[in-house]
Ligand binder design. Sequence first.
Ligand SMILES: NC(=O)c1ccc[n+]([C@@H]2O[C@H](COP(=O)([O-])OP(=O)(O)OC[C@H]3O[C@@H](n4cnc5c(N)ncnc54)[C@H](OP(=O)(O)O)[C@@H]3O)[C@@H](O)[C@H]2O)c1
Length: 238
Amino acid sequence: MGYRHVDTAEHYGNERAVGEGLTRAAVPREEVFLATKIHPVTGGLTYEEVLEEADASMNRLGVDYLDLLYVHWPVGDYEATETLRAFDDLVEDGLVRNVGVSNFDIDLLDEARQALEAPLFAHQVELHPFLPQSRLRADAQTHDYTVVAYSPLARGEALDHPTIRDIAERHDTSPARVCLSWVTSHDNVVAIPKATSRQHLEDNLAASELELDEDDIASIDAIEQRKRFVERDGAPWQ
Ligand SMILES: NC(=O)c1ccc[n+]([C@@H]2O[C@H](COP(=O)([O-])OP(=O)(O)OC[C@H]3O[C@@H](n4cnc5c(N)ncnc54)[C@H](OP(=O)(O)O)[C@@H]3O)[C@@H](O)[C@H]2O)c1
C-alpha cells in the first residue's frame, strides 16, 4: 500500500509476526523504518537488560539493525544515565540508528537529552483532538525532535465528534482523514494509527493527501473535551 513506518514493541508480543511480514514483503529492508521499544517490566531497563533486550528484539524481528529504539515507559529500573548509556552504546555499535523515548514529560525529556550522547530523535506519546499535547509539541520544536502521535484517532472516538464530522462532510472525505491530517498539520508531528482492515489502512494512508485550511485546524484546536486512554502506575503525568 505504501506504508513504510512499522511501530512495534517487545511488550506487544508481535515482533516475530512483524519480522515474518517484513521477510515476506517485496519491500527491501532499507526502505522500511522499523521501530520497537524496550518495556520496563517485560523487558527491563538496566544497562545490561537494554543490551540483551535489543538483541532479543532484533532476533525476533529477523533484522540486524533497528531504525528506532524507544524506552517504552520511564518507570521501574529506568534511570536516565544508566539506561541511555546502553542506548548510546547500541548506536555506537551500529545496531540502532535513532534513540526514542515514550510517555515522558518535559522534565524527563530534558534529563534524557542531557544524559544522551546521541540526539534524541523521537518522543512517542498519546496525541489526538482530546489530548493535543501543546507543551510537548512546543518542546519538540524547540529541541528539534519528532513527536510520534499514538492513539491519534482517540481509538476511534474522535471520529464521532461533531466538529470532525462537519469538516469531513465539507471536504467530502472521512473523519479519520480529517483527524490524522489535523494531527500531522502540527510541526514535528507524525501519526501511527492502528487499523485492522484494508479499508481503514487505505483510508488512513490517504490522509496525507488531505490539506485542511486554517479555519478547520483552528476549530479542531478549539475542541475542549479532554480524554486520555493510556494509563499506567508511575506514569509521569499522574
Ligand atoms: N507508546 C505507547 O505506550 C503506546 C500506547 C498505545 C498505543 N501505541 C501505538 O499506537 C498505535 C495506535 O494506537 P491505538 O490503537 O491505541 O489507537 P488509534 O490508532 O487511535 O485507534 C485505533 C482504532 O481506530 C479504528 N480505526 C482505524 N482507522 C480507522 C478508520 N480509517 N476509520 C474508522 N476507524 C478506524 C481501529 O479500528 P479497526 O481495528 O477496525 O481498523 C481501532 O479500533 C498502536 O498500534 C501502537 O503502535 C503506543
